[in-house]
Design a binder for this molecule. Structure first.
Ligand code: GLN
Length: 542
């Protein structure tokens, strides 16, 4: 039977609960256990798919097509366990399930209430589809005391009671601030946060205390006493220079030992963290550096491109170089010459994106990369813009554009109205809902023999994750190929262009999918490894 680890937070948000969850997953795996990692988000959106990246950071997409919180990306990058639809749920989804049941008459005339109906659904999500996991780690978004979070905390409280003894534990995150004027660390916010938890019937087993300074033993003892937690279970969490150090630091601080102890599990053998030590060593001691310009729209918020920046770091790991990212808001190229901003960079990447704003700037960046022979990587929207650039500037199709920006003369990129998923045909129209209706999740793609991507992947058929509503119009294949842009990857039915590459360029690849979602520090994605390698070559030229 699976054991449950609930991960919560208090005092402030952004304490790194997601990273703790991912790192603890690694530590348990490294001791030989099977894990599943889950995220429970209290907001009322059914999923984050329709939320602005500025509000919520990137939307992480799973193989089975769920649009999820970016923490699921951390989980998967750290543990390698593919996240699934069932690993994420929001209050919006829970209430929508409850209301559907109510309309169906499932409650047989009873009054529908938060306890037990809403909490029952939450408990079903927590305990559903756990497979053969030894430990299920469930992170609850937000902080204790948030009004939307209450049903989740109540469901946890009930489960702690209902499961056999020592089958569920609670790890609570708090902040231990340093007051410079007083020259002191303050434990009171931690005490208050735990008081808040206890007032709703939850006693933490382990406290993770984020702090910018070493926490002296006396303060750790004080926290333990006031919060009714064993002293060894107060785990200090200091900032680290690379996130790949987090599992190692948590192990050194005793987190995995305390978790097992709280479950009453005796495990003498420590975790094998050799791979992680190797990764950290590589990141700390690069043999050179390259600069990649990321030309996008949400460049003001690093979380908006989380998987992407991670995948580029992984590309650096596989080439033993540091990858510096130069974030550029594409709108700037609509006012200023690209040279001013792109001169000297070793690679240009246009990531996924939506909407017309900044699109012309992205096309200008593609043009610069193509003409100057700078390695270019276009992801999803970045591929679509690359195709429009070739159509306009080489194939002489001056009105080439995407219908995403409104009706256009030459729809090189158009709305996907029909595609096959397994044995089923999915259909969409202009009037379809926005939420959950894109071409989402893993789809196969066949690579053209002899293509650059064929040799990068070393395989003829690949599977990658998608999140798009528009497609490159296959009808333009011949005129684009006549102008050096080869369709190097297609959906198995040959209908949807998945990859384009240029034959007259050192490294120019556009992909309709999101390879960044599958890259791991211990298994860098081949496209990112190859793109960074091309940037290294470029850096030796300039
Ligand atoms: N907006 C484009 C589409 O829906 C690209 C999406 C993306 O980059 N993820 O097709």
């Amino acid at each position: 039977m699976a054991r449950y680890i609930f991960v919560t937070g208090g005092v402030v948000s952004s304490l790194g609960k997601g990273l703790t969850t991912a790192a603890l997953g690694v530590l348990l795996q490294a001791r030989g256990y099977k894990v599943r990692l889950r995220k429970f988000d209290p907001y009322l959106n059914v999923d984050p798919g329709t939320m602005s990246p500025y509000q919520h950071g990137e939307v992480y997409v799973t193989d089975d097509g769920a649009e999820t919180d970016l923490d699921l990306g951390h989980y998967e990058r750290f543990t390698g366990v593919p996240a699934r639809k069932t690993d994420t749920v929001t209050s919006g989804r829970v209430y929508s399930d409850v209301l559907t049941r109510e309309r169906r008459g499932d409650y047989l005339g009873g009054t529908v209430q938060v306890i037990p109906h809403v909490t029952d659904v939450i408990k079903q999500y927590i305990q559903g589809d756990t497979g053969d996991a030894d430990f299920v780690l469930c992170e609850v978004g937000g902080t204790v005391g948030d009004i939307e979070g209450l049903p989740f905390f109540e469901a946890m409280r009930q489960l702690v009671q209902e499961l056999p003894h020592r089958h569920a534990i609670l790890i609570h995150h708090t902040l231990v601030p340093y007051l410079a004027a007083a020259g002191e660390l303050k434990t009171k916010p931690t005490q208050h946060s735990v008081k808040e938890l206890r007032s709703i019937g939850l006693q933490p087993d382990i406290l993770v205390c984020r702090c910018e300074h070493e926490i002296p033993d006396g303060e750790l003892r004080k926290i333990a006493q006031f919060c009714n937690v064993r002293e060894s279970a107060v785990i200090p969490a200091l900032d680290v220079d690379t996130i790949y150090q987090v599992p190692i630091s948590y192990h050194d601080a005793g987190l995995d030992r305390e978790v097992l102890q709280a479950f009453g599990v005796t495990d003498q053998s420590g975790p094998n963290l050799g791979t992680w030590r190797q990764i950290v060593k590589g990141v700390r001691n690069p043999d050179g550096e390259v600069t990649i310009a990321v030309v996008g729209k949400y460049t003001g918020l690093a979380d908006a491109y989380k998987s992407l920046s991670e995948a580029l770091t992984h590309g650096g790991i596989s080439n033993q170089v540091r990858v510096n990212l130069k974030w550029i808001d594409s709108e700037i190229f609509e006012r200023e010459d690209a040279v001013t901003h792109l001169e000297g960079v070793h690679g240009i990447l246009v990531p996924g994106g939506f909407g017309e704003r900044g699109a012309e700037g992205k096309i200008a960046a593609v043009n610069y990369a193509r003409e100057r022979q700078i390695p270019y990587f276009g992801i999803c929207f970045g591929m679509q813009m690359a195709v429009i650039e070739t159509a306009r500037n080489l194939a002489g199709i001056s009105g080439a554009s995407s219908t995403e920006f409104g009706p256009c003369e030459k729809a090189i990129v158009g709305l996907m109205t029909e595609w096959t998923k397994g044995n089923e045909v999915e259909t969409r129209s202009q009037d379809s809902d926005l939420g959950g209706t894109m071409r989402l999740g893993a789809y196969d793609c066949d690579l053209v023999p002899g293509s650059r991507v064929g040799s990068i992947y070393g395989s003829g058929r690949i599977s990658e994750r998608h999140r798009h509503r528009y497609e490159v119009n296959i009808g333009y294949k011949d005129s684009l190929e006549d102008n050096g842009m080869v369709f190097a990857g297609l959906s198995p039915d040959g209908v949807l262009p998945e990859i384009v590459e240029r034959t007259d360029h050192p490294w120019f690849v556009g992909v309709q999918f999101h390879p960044e979602l599958k890259s791991k520090p211990f298994a860098p994605h081949p496209l990112f490894a190859s793109f960074v390698a091309a940037a290294v070559t470029q850096s030796r030229l300039v």
